[in-house]
Design a protein around this ligand. Structure first.
Ligand code: MG
Ligand code: MG
Length: 255
């Protein structure tokens, strides 16, 4: 069931999104060569705690997961696409890092992700991340009343495929509100004019995932969480929580 939010509820989600934006900015600033993924998780925990927010990631256990998620960020490095568990791994020069994080404030959730390179970036990684951000912008632009979820999916998929990148199937965006994952699902590829009709008061997490090689294959790592590309090529993942309004899309997790 798709829940429509009141304008007051959207404002409350925006407050959660502002905390989340600050959290991701702090993690981005702390990320550097030699810094561990667990240290980045600590940075995020600190910002959430200080804001009086909780983490919808910590202890989260969807049906596919063998263990509850043990952290407040997902940290996915290089060939990891999403759902990376923060470990003691220390970032190396040129690593491509995707950080996904959530914040819950006054009972409302927000979900957002960034990709970036620590140290000296390879041109190929810069292009991959820029394309991910362009795909996200295209998806947000299509998140308007009168469109359907398929229009968002089509906008994202077109940007990714036109640039020659792979799009992992089976994971993508989702409705969001009091819970982090609500209906409807928002795939990263699809047919325009199909899917759920977009209405004022819907809130969606839109989150393109791109694989550099152009192939779509991925697998679950032995930890039961991390999704890695099958061919070892690098991946990027960016995400915003967005409200559909009569005045156009409103980004609730801006940084
Ligand atoms: Mg997320
Ligand atoms: Mg999400």
């Amino acid at each position: 069931m798709v829940e429509l939010k009141t304008d007051t509820s959207i404002d409350a989600m925006h407050a959660a999104g502002q905390v989340l934006g600050r959290t991701l900015t702090a993690v981005r600033q702390a990320a550097d060569v030699g810094v561990s993924l667990l240290e980045l998780d600590e940075v995020a925990r600190g910002v959430l705690r200080e804001a009086g927010a909780s983490s919808p990631f910590l202890g989260y256990r969807p049906s596919f997961a063998p263990v509850p998620f043990p952290a407040v960020i997902c940290a996915s490095v290089n060939d990891a696409i999403v759902h990376g568990i923060p470990t003691g791994y220390r970032l190396r020069d040129g690593d491509l890092v995707s950080i996904d994080c959530g914040a819950e404030l006054d009972g409302w959730a927000s979900d957002s992700a960034i990709s970036f390179v620590v140290g000296e970036p390879r041109p190929a990684d810069v292009r991959l991340i820029e394309t991910a951000e362009r795909a996200l912008a295209a998806g947000i632009e299509a998140a308007v009343v009168g469109n359907r979820t398929g229009d968002i999916a089509h906008a994202i998929g077109t940007v990714c495929r036109d640039a020659g990148y792979g799009v992992p199937q089976g994971f993508g965006g989702h409705g969001i509100g009091r819970r982090m994952h609500e209906d409807p699902s928002v795939p990263n590829e699809g047919r325009p004019g199909r899917g759920f009709p977009l209405r004022h008061g819907m809130a969606l997490a839109i989150e393109p995932m791109l694989i550099a090689s152009g192939r779509d294959g991925y697998h679950e790592a032995p930890d039961g969480w991390t999704l890695r590309t099958n061919d070892g090529s690098r991946a990027a993942h960016v995400e915003h929580t967005v409200a559909i309004t009569d005045d156009g899309p409103r980004i609730l997790s801006a940084r």
